[in-house]
Write a protein that binds this ligand. Structure first.
Ligand SMILES: Cc1ncc(C[n+]2csc(CCOP(=O)(O)OP(=O)(O)O)c2C)c(N)n1
Ligand SMILES: [Mg+2]
Length: 441
């Protein structure tokens, strides 16, 4: 399992491998819970039968699935996006964006899938099937989809804990993968924690629970890319609150000094946990805060604006003009994590207003209808298809065999220099093996 690992010590550990300069992040997700289930398969006790009932009830509530994705064609249309704001750039991406019908439907489909998927995870969490911490990105879907469409699979991505949307883009069996991380047996292994996911094989470096750490780690990834003379780039994603940290500015300094091929992406959703930007941050133009580093502000609710800006900057980065900073204005509809109802520090009106005026999925839907790329009826069928996809993933995940505990400590290092891997205390020691096998992806 050369992909990630769950976390340790309620935080993450990261390290640079001198041989390959590949940076790997190890994480551990855990929480003290008791469990003795061996498989998600046949109900053996009350808990098990509850899971099966849950699976059934969720599937029952999802839409009937008879539809087929609308047949794509390649008519195109020019869409207008909100003007970008530029810092130390003489020109920016065009605000008139050409988008084909296939592309528009694909973007719409992807954003819907992320929202549906996140809603499913939320449901599973409230039913206590997913455990640990859980930070949903509902409302922020346009950013991860736009970025994904603008970069290549060889480019590297490192995100915060609010990175599910990026993950759903790269992992095929995503729900199975996710539920395995949330598996009770694994979760029971350690005391607390932030669920952090990293899949080195797919150039997805997580999923980091330490606020802001993605920027220095991302700079490490980009340094390796430059050192190895590749034309690949890195994207490091953090939130607005994180940008008040010192490590962000140390990283900006080094990244610019070394001309690293990296785009620092700040997802500005206006809140750091329950603290609004007004209360925490002086100087709200986060795209300018790299001083000599060029930056762009964009509408993070508009997937076309995100895609276009990242295509523009990725090209420059590959030409050795990096680093860059992007500030994407966005909003999270749910609380900071699932344990936060999300309304004590902001009003329901505020949330509803954003949903009504700038929901990323509705915005794309309107464009598709305006351009006559598809009819309302066809879009409804796409929704059904997405629900079917999530439905199938749920079924597959529920029927999947659980990984065993030893998987947790395999393939953490390319070469483990110590006899054991330590657990949450120095007294718990675990054996490390290199299996080289990918599990559940
Ligand atoms: C170094 C560090 N400090 C504090 C925390 C606790 N914490 C977790 S998320 C968070 C807020 C981060 O807000 P922001 O960067 O805006 O990201 P968002 O959650 O809005 O995506 C804080 C303070 C942490 N995990 N790590
Ligand atoms: Mg924030």
């Amino acid at each position: 399992m050369s992909f990630v690992r769950l976390v340790n010590n309620s935080r993450y550990i990261s390290y640079l491998l001198p041989k390959t300069f590949a940076l790997r992040t190890i994480s551990i997700a855990s929480r003290s819970l008791s469990s003795n289930s061996d498989s998600r398969q046949p109900p053996k006790d009350e808990n098990e039968s509850e899971k099966h009932d849950l699976c059934k009830s969720i599937m029952d509530t999802l839409h009937n699935v008879e539809s087929k994705f609308v047949q794509p064609s390649s008519e195109s249309f020019v869409f207008q996006v909100k003007p970008y704001r530029l810092h130390r750039l003489t020109e920016g991406p065009s605000c008139e964006i050409v988008c084909t019908r296939d592309e528009a439907l694909d973007l719409y489909h992807r954003m819907l899938r992320i929202r549906q998927m996140e809603s499913m995870v939320n449901t599973l969490y409230t039913k206590r099937f997913v455990r640990g911490f859980c930070h949903l990105c509902i409302g922020q879907e346009a950013i991860c989809v736009g970025v994904e469409k603008a970069i290549t699979k060889k480019d590297r991505l490192i995100t915060s804990y609010r990175g599910h949307g990026y993950l759903w883009n790269v992992v095929k069996r995503w729900l199975t993968f996710y539920l395995n991380l949330a598996d009770e047996k694994w979760v029971a292994l350690e005391e607390k924690v932030v669920r952090c996911i990293c899949i080195v094989r797919y150039n997805f470096y997580g999923g980091n629970g330490i606020v802001g750490a993605q920027f220095p780690l991302g700079a490490g990834l980009a340094f390796a890319q430059k050192y190895l003379n590749t034309d690949e780039i890195s994207i490091a994603v953090c939130g607005d609150g994180a940008t008040n940290q010192g490590q962000i500015y140390e990283t900006y300094n080094m990244a610019k000094l070394w001309k690293l091929p990296i785009i620092f992406l700040v997802e500005n959703n206006g809140y750091a946990m329950t603290t609004s930007m007004e209360r925490s941050t002086c100087g709200h133009d986060l795209y300018t805060k790299g001083d000599v580093i060029p930056g762009i502000w964009l509408d993070g609710m508009d997937v076309l604006a995100v895609r276009s800006a990242f295509e523009f900057l990725a090209k420059k980065c590959r030409n050795g003009e990096g680093p860059f900073i992007v500030e994407a204005s966005t909003y999270r509809y749910k609380g900071h994590s699932v344990s936060d109802p999300g309304v004590g520090y902001r009003t329901r009106e505020e949330i509803n207003e954003v949903r009504r005026k700038s929901d990323p999925i509705d915005m794309m839907k309107k464009r598709i209808l305006d351009a006559k790329f598809a009819t309302e009826k066809q879009l409804k069928r796409i929704i059904s298809d997405v629900k079917a996809e999530v439905n199938d993933a749920l079924k597959e995940a529920m029927n999947d065999t659980e990984l065993t505990e030893d998987h947790l400590f395999n393939d953490v290092f390319v070469s483990c220099l110590q006899p054991h891997i330590r657990g949450i205390t120095p007294f718990t020691k675990h054996t490390h093996s290199n299996t080289g096998k990918i599990q559940n992806l």
